[in-house]
Structure formats: structure tokens, C-alpha cells
Design a protein around this ligand. Structure first.
Ligand code: PLP
Length: 390
């Protein structure tokens, strides 16, 4: 059968680039015709250590030959060790493992309701979210997502979600009340176009949550795991959240998600209250363990900061030279974006033809989320390709 006819067997829920990828190594991938691409999409901020990182591949292969799955009715060493690495390197005391970003957020939303009900009463269930946010594709996470396009056709939405404009402290104060169980924030909105939330807003959210007994929850599914130059994005903000959700880069491509919280908060999910059959699977945790060890190895995150600054500086100089076309450059570490003044719908395709994979949001925001091991030479190649195609 031809690839073309096989494609009709897959649900048509994605608009895909018309290439079939067969192999990856480091920052490069190859299609079925042998064409090479420099990958500034990294599987949507997933393959942060690069494709087929030898230590991750080795850990997955070794664990796959030892024990693949037993469920959470038993302990396994990879899960214990990964949980310990996450708590040792964060504010959190406990980790709930799952399989995706949406599932991590779903867990956080359920935790917020249990915490609210048990501490403040049955009417405390509302979660304040931000306009422009993205939290996943399950029914609860699209209700939390602050972009109506993801909700259309799926109504009625689960109740208990309200949205305020990012950086409007006034709106946040108005929205907060005795029903507020949590405030859910992406410290940098990823899908929404790489928009960092201001320190002032985060401080106000922290203060409101403290006053109300509500939870401040960070969605770090995209910007956690070293993406911004620190292991977690909250480390570069003036606040410490009560809950963080991780997924994307946690397994470097092996599916795994996690929700982290302090002891008192996580104690609201006692045995039997929440679960995931595959969550914390030994193979997924073996991958995540190597990812965390690599990200926290001496010098690694310093290099991410350095290459992130190099990329940003390069983009800013492009923006300076082409200010009639480029509105703004935004980002932190190795999540950077250029917002164009007008839609550039063909840009991603043109770059792909030249061997560069990038992501475009809302037709005019070019999002660059390369593997964290990207080199300055590769960044230069990308900057030249962008300049030649705008
Ligand atoms: C990708 C993403 C999600 C959803 O993760 P899935 O693994 O696709 O379910 C949630 N929140 C943010 C910020 C994301 O970028």
C-alpha cells in the first residue's frame, strides 16, 4: 500500500506537514526520502535532549528487557527513583504520575476540588484560568483552556472555570471569591504564542491564593524540564506555586506526565481517590530518570541559558533589521517566538522545504523550541533561513 492510501486510516484530527519522518539523531530528523531537517520543533518541546539520546535509549531498552508494566498496585524502583529526583529538585514532596499533560492538569483540577471541598466547603470548586491559555484536550482541560476555539462543538463545558486576562490584577481580584479553589497559570503561555506572565501578576495570584486558602497551580507541561534555563519555570519567577504539572519533555519522547505538590496538599488525594493504570510505568520512569539526571548535571542548564540568550539576541537583531515585518520577540531560555505584523501562513512550509522544522501559532507567531542541546552554529543556520524567507 502507498503511504497516501495508508494515511486515510488515521483520524483526520491534525493538519500535518506532508512528510513522513523515519529517523532522528540529536537535533536532526530524516524523512522517508532521506531528506534531513534541523528540528526546531522537537516534537513540540518534547525531545529536549535531542532525538534518540543514547543514555535515554539505553535506559528504555534496558528497562524494556527487565520489567515493562505491573500497575500501581506494587512499587517499582524506576518510579521511586524518579519521584525522589523530582521532589529533591523542587518545592514538592510528592509526585502523582500519569501519561500526558492533559492528564496531569486533570489531576491538578481534581486535587484543587478535593482540597477546596475539604478545607473550605462544598461550594469551593472554582478554578480561575487565564485567557489565551492552553491546558490540554480532555473535557475538563478544554474548559480550563482560555481559547474558545478549543471548546467549540464540545459544549456544554464542565462548570467551575472562569477566565481573566493575563496581567489584569484587577480582573483576578474581582474573579476571586469564596468559591475559588485554585488559580491555574502557565508561567509562559506556550500554545498561546509564547507570552510570559508578569511577575506582578504572579505575586498578586500568590497573595490572593494565600489569603483565600486556594492553590496556586502552574502548568509547566511545556516550559518545565529545563526549557527556560532552570529545571522548572517557577524558579525564575518571584513565587513558589503549590502544584506544578509536567509532561512533554519529562520522558524526552517517552509518554509520561506528573503532578507535583507539597505533602499537605497532596494528602487530599488519599488511596483510591485518583489513579492511572499506566501512570509511572517503569519504562517511562526509566526514561524520565535519565532526563532529570542529565538536565541537572553540572553546567547543562547554564548552557541552556547561554544558547537561549544567543537565540534571543539573534532574533532581536532580525527584528531590528526587519521592523516593518516583525512586531516583537518574546521568550525565555530556549522557548522563543517572533510575532510578525501580518500572517505568514507559508513560512513554516517554506522553511520545511529548506530543511528546517518550526511551529507557527495563530498564523503570525513563529515558535522556536529546539532541543536544549542545540548549538550556536545550528541557531545561526536557522536565523539565516528565517531571514531568507520573510
Ligand atoms: C501540550 C500542553 C498540554 C497538554 O499536554 P498533552 O500531553 O498534549 O495532553 C497542557 N498544557 C500545556 C501548557 C501544554 O503545552
Amino acid at each position: 500500500m502507498t503511504i497516501q492510501s495508508l494515511r486515510s486510516s488515521v483520524a483526520n484530527t491534525y493538519s500535518r506537514f506532508p512528510i513522513t519522518l523515519v529517523r532522528g539523531k540529536g537535533c536532526k530528523v530524516w524523512d522517508d526520502k532521506g531528506k534531513e531537517y534541523l528540528d526546531f520543533a522537537a516534537g513540540i518541546a518534547v525531545c529536549s535532549l535531542g532525538h534518540c539520546h543514547p543514555a535515554v535509549t539505553e535506559a528504555i531498552a534496558r528497562q524494556a528487557g527487565t520489567l515493562v508494566h505491573v500497575s500501581n498496585l506494587y512499587w517499582t524502583m524506576p518510579q521511586l527513583e524518579t519521584a525522589h529526583l523530582l521532589t529533591e529538585n523542587s518545592f514538592a514532596d510528592r509526585v502523582f504520575f500519569c501519561n500526558s499533560g492533559a492528564e496531569a492538569i486533570e489531576g491538578a483540577l481534581k486535587l484543587a476540588r478535593r482540597h477546596g471541598h475539604q478545607n473550605l466547603g462544598p461550594d469551593c470548586y472554582e478554578v480561575i484560568c487565564l485567557e489565551g491559555s492552553f491546558h490540554g484536550r480532555t473535557l475538563a482541560t478544554i474548559a480550563a483552556t482560555g481559547q474558545p476555539v478549543f471548546q467549540q462543538g464540545f459544549e456544554p463545558m464542565p462548570s467551575g472555570f472562569t477566565h481573566v486576562p493575563p496581567d489584569s490584577i484587577t480582573a483576578l481580584k474581582l474573579a476571586a471569591g469564596p468559591r475559588t479553589a485554585a488559580v491555574l497559570i502557565e508561567p509562559i503561555q506556550g500554545e498561546g504564542g509564547v507570552r510570559p506572565v508578569s511577575d506582578e501578576f504572579l505575586l498578586a495570584a500568590r497573595e490572593i491564593c494565600d489569603r483565600m486558602g486556594a492553590l496556586l497551580m502552574f502548568d509547566e507541561v511545556q516550559v518545565g524540564m529545563g526549557r527556560t534555563g532552570t529545571l522548572f519555570a517557577y524558579e525564575q519567577t518571584p513565587v513558589i506555586p503549590d502544584v506544578i504539572c509536567l509532561a512533554k519533555a519529562l520522558g524526552n519522547g517517552f509518554p509520561i506526565g506528573a503532578m507535583l505538590a507539597k505533602e499537605e496538599v497532596m494528602s487530599h488525594l488519599p488511596p483510591g481517590s485518583h489513579a492511572s493504570t499506566f501512570g509511572g510505568n517503569p519504562v517511562a520512569c526509566a526514561a524520565a530518570k535519565v532526563v532529570i539526571e542529565t538536565l541537572t548535571s553540572p553546567g547543562f542548564l547554564d548552557r541552556v541559558k547561554e544558547t537561549g540568550t544567543y537565540l534571543k539576541t539573534g532574533l532581536e537583531s532580525l527584528a531590528g533589521k526587519h521592523s516593518e515585518k516583525i512586531l516583537e520577540v518574546r521568550g525565555r531560555g530556549l522557548i522563543q517566538a517572533i510575532e510578525f505584523r501580518k500572517p505568514v501562513p507559508e513560512l513554516a512550509n517554506k522553511l520545511m522545504d529548506e530543511g528546517f522544522l518550526v511551529l507557527l501559532s495563530q498564523e503570525k507567531i513563529l515558535r522556536l523550541i529546539p532541543p536544549l542541546i542545540i548549538t550556536k552554529a545550528e541557531i545561526n543556520a536557522m536565523l539565516n533561513a528565517i531571514e531568507n524567507n520573510i
